[in-house]
Ligand binder design. Structure first.
Ligand code: ADP
Ligand code: MG
Length: 612
């Protein structure tokens, strides 16, 4: 037999609980039956009382003493083995499904069993049954399970599942009992959180930051929302720590006011420096303008982008930039590093983010890290946030300061004339329209028009039509021009509209049924930025779609993330930093918030992760 560590690797088993949760897919139960249920599999002690051949088939009568009845069996493919095994007068143990036919008990093609009274687990595995059974036998015990943090009752259930005394205690009508399934959910969550927390590396902070945010907060033209306040309070606790560099992800829908949280953190860092990185120059510029508008005048702000700089970054209190920041060799160190819209950074950029967060002050303090805050506008279900919380602290901002008025409607070809009129209407009011196509060029696999095919149609009818897409090198320029003087923008889904387009009030998403709800939500979020009445048309050739219908009634990103869980298995609403596509066998990410919370409590007692 291969050594255990190799087998564990093959099976991707890293913890004892991973092994314990590799549960049997079925059981070989040779417990003798005490009563007979028609249609169920039974095991009996039986004696052969009659054997007959009929048209190549073998008919055998068994007498069951315990029930004082005779059972008829038929064997279809008969071999010498059958004649020998089922010869007259033989006493044996048989197993098979019992049927009742014209008042006669029957069990066709019963198996002959060597030993009664055993329940043996059967596993679905890439390993041989024997190998897996051996592993489980060598490693799994009630004590070992208790040693990794389970309660005796939980440990006992797991052992019982691998080595049942009676299946009736585990299953009712062939399905696992609910109380047992609940325990398995808990163990699954506990195991996951425990694994993650062991991966979490804590660093000493470069400095505890305790600057006063009041001058900033009181000067704002609005009151911060309750959620903004509570996230800011969490960050204050993070940054004030002398022991632990913050590692937190703040997740809030587009328009939920994350910039105010960023600026508050800058205030906390004062008189020390903060650095903020944004994924595009447009965003960096926008953040720079907002910082200038809202932060006290005494705060020195600098902007660093490729080919454009403002202020003196070497002496600034707050440096805002794109990834151009990473190439500045003389970029000063900062005890607070932030990343905005982290969900828009690509995989290789993520590594750079990591290097930013590990900015250290000097050689002597090499293991001291900057407090690191990431901001994301990809709402994730609370359950998902909780599941990831062992690796990174997560704060959610689930509400926006003001409700956007966006009407969402599913439309088809027949609605096109109406749509065209509506578009003309919006433009006549000085508003702008965005039409999103699935592809740039036409394709045989997609039944919708591409950007290039439709372009002429719009350009002919509307004067100020702009076109851009993901691969367009000039897209930032096009977007800037469109913002100033455009009426209609044609784009693809991949184009990231980084700037806010305040006059954008109507979006058409062509082939909406092909997109995930998270993507639709991101796209819809582009309209109505200034609170203008806005419209989102989901254009589809498909018939009824419950998923799209649900989307038209749901505006909150966190509710949509939950809907997404319902319509598929969660999966790719998450991105790199969060564990993506995590599939759980027992936990239902749409429902099982309580269980996950309990598991968190077991791992880190009294540990509030900011998810009330
Ligand atoms: P996000 O970065 O989360 O997408 P922003 O920070 O850009 O959102 O905020 C969106 C808009 O809401 C901005 O115009 C901002 O000034 C405004 N805003 C932020 N917080 C509040 C608040 N508490 N009350 C009213 N408006 C707010
Ligand atoms: Mg933002």
């Amino acid at each position: 037999m291969e050594d255990a560590s190799k087998l564990f690797k093959k099976l991707k088993i890293y913890t004892l609980l991973d092994l314990a949760l590799l549960l049997p897919s079925s059981y070989n139960d040779t417990t003798l039956s005490h009563h007979i249920d028609i249609g169920k599999t039974h095991t009996f002690e039986a004696k052969v009382t009659q054997v007959r051949s009929l048209n190549g088939k073998l008919l055998v009568n068994f007498y069951l003493q315990k029930f004082d009845l005779t059972l008829q069996s038929m064997f279809f493919r008969v071999t010498p083995y059958h004649y020998q095994n089922f010869s007259l007068g033989n006493e044996l143990i048989i197993q098979g499904k019992v049927e009742l036919y014209r008042d006669q008990y029957q069990m066709n093609q019963p198996k002959s069993i060597k030993q009664a009274g055993k329940i043996e687990a059967k596993y679905k595995s890439i390993l041989k049954q024997e190998e897996l059974r051996h592993l489980i036998k060598s490693y799994l015990s009630e004590k070992a399970l208790i040693d990794v943090g389970l309660l005796p009752k939980e440990a006992n259930i797991l052992m019982e599942l691998h080595y049942p005394n009676s299946l009736d205690k585990l299953y009712t009508n062939g399905t696992l009992r609910q109380d047992i399934a609940d325990i398995l959910k808990f163990i699954e969550a506990y195991n996951h959180l425990k694994k993650l927390s062991s991966k979490r590396v804590e660093h000493l902070p470069m400095q505890a930051l305790r600057g006063d945010i009041e001058p900033f907060v009181t000067s704002l033209p609005f009151e911060l929302t309750e959620e903004q306040k509570s996230v800011i309070a969490e960050i204050q606790l993070d940054l004030a720590s002398e022991k632990k560099a913050a590692k937190r992800m703040i997740v809030g829908d587009v328009g939920s006011g994350k910039t105010m949280v960023i600026l508050s953190a800058v205030m906390m860092a004062l008189p020390q420096r903060s650095i903020l990185m944004a994924p595009t120059s447009l965003l960096a510029l926008q953040l720079y303008e907002e910082a200038q508008k809202h932060l006290p005048e005494s705060v020195k702000i600098a902007l660093v982008m490729q080919g454009k700089e403002e202020g003196e970054y070497k002496t600034a209190d707050f440096i805002i930039g794109t990834h151009a920041l990473l190439y500045k060799e003389d970029l000063p160190k900062a005890p607070l590093v932030m990343v905005d819209e982290q969900h828009r950074f690509g995989t290789n950029q993520r590594q750079m983010l990591e290097s930013l967060s590990s900015m250290t002050e000097s050689k002597e303090t090499q293991d001291r890290h900057a407090h690191f805050l990431q901001f994301s506008a990809t709402p994730i279900p609370r359950t998902q946030a909780m599941m990831n919380s062992a690796l990174i602290d997560v704060s959610l901002i689930t509400k926006t300061p003001f409700e956007k008025k966006i009407t969402t409607e599913v439309i088809g070809k027949a609605d096109f004339p109406r749509l065209l009129n509506h578009i003309k209407d919006e433009i006549a009011q000085g508003h702008q329209v965005l039409i999103v196509y699935p592809l740039v060029e036409e394709s045989e696999t997609i039944e919708y028009q591409s950007l290039s095919e439709s372009r002429a149609f719009w350009e002919k009818r509307f004067e100020n039509t702009f076109v851009t897409h993901g691969k367009d090198k000039n897209k930032e320029q096009v977007l800037l021009e469109f913002r100033e003087k455009g009426d209609i923008l044609l784009a693809t889904t991949v184009v990231e509209v980084g700037i806010s387009l305040p006059r954008l009030t109507l979006i058409v998403i062509v082939g909406a049924e092909r997109l995930g709800l998270a993507t639709l939500h991101q796209l819809r979020g582009r309209v109505g930025r200034l609170g203008l009445d806005s419209y989102c048309y989901l254009f589809t050739n498909s018939d009824k779609s419950p998923r799209l219908d649900a989307f038209t009634h749901t505006s909150n990103g966190f509710d949509i993330a939950k809907l997404d869980l319902k319509f598929r298995d969660g999966g790719d609403i998450l991105d790199g930093t969060m564990q993506s596509g995590q599939k759980f066998k027992w936990i239902d990410m749409a429902e099982d918030e309580d269980v996950i919370r309990q598991a968190q409590g077991r791992i880190i007692p009294n540990y509030a992760i900011g998810l009330q």
